[in-house]
Design a protein around this ligand. Sequence first.
Ligand code: C5P
Length: 225
Amino acid sequence: LPKAFGAGYKVVITAGPTVEDLDPVRFISNNSSGKMGYAIAQAAAAFGAEVTLISGPVNLDAPKGVRRIDVKSAVQMLHAVEDYIKSADIFIGCAAVADFRAETISPVKIKKSEEADTLTIKLVKNPDIVATVGKLESNRPFTVGFAAETNNLHDFARAKLEKKHLDMIVLNDVSNKAIGFNSDDNEVTVFDKDGQIAHFEKQPKPVIAQYLMELIFKSAKKKNS
Ligand code: C5P
């Protein structure tokens, strides 16, 4: 492909985990490494696109030429996405967003008590960021989601695509330990509303990212063209 395949496209990508504070020293999070989202940002930039990477806390450097916005929680991630989404042609939700956060963050360290053997923390649902973008009524970008499933891949893909109003969904089979979370490799199957459109065998995430960005640039329209 020519280097300028993605020239003129504005791409917004979320990556990494979110971190939901419980008190000043404790939090809820997950072990997303951010590798897939960062590889996608790098591939999109290498194809000439203008890339904004909205990232939860990860141990990775921003790819060259990519604007990186650092966030911590899902609510912060949603606000950052809202800041950049209006002019975006493409949105790719790669982040492993925590499904829940504490209803209230304790301003002081939570203490254990002598009397009680249990502690209850009330969790509330986080906003679904990719669904919020998918359901935009104006200035909606081409919207891509990810999903990690272990079984019934096709059924879940179709259901999630519809529920979140996505244009494309990329499935990782996480029943295979050699791929997915924290791994350097991935193997994915891609669906749109008509069904499966691609399958990429186990390969390094940067290679998978290039194939995915080719597919996405071919399907997405530029807003100002
Ligand atoms: O529903 P599930 O978490 O399996 O969906 C995964 C997809 O949804 C990913 O693209 C992920 O980035 C996105 N997501 C999101 N906000 C959430 C939960 C998931 O953007 N609160």
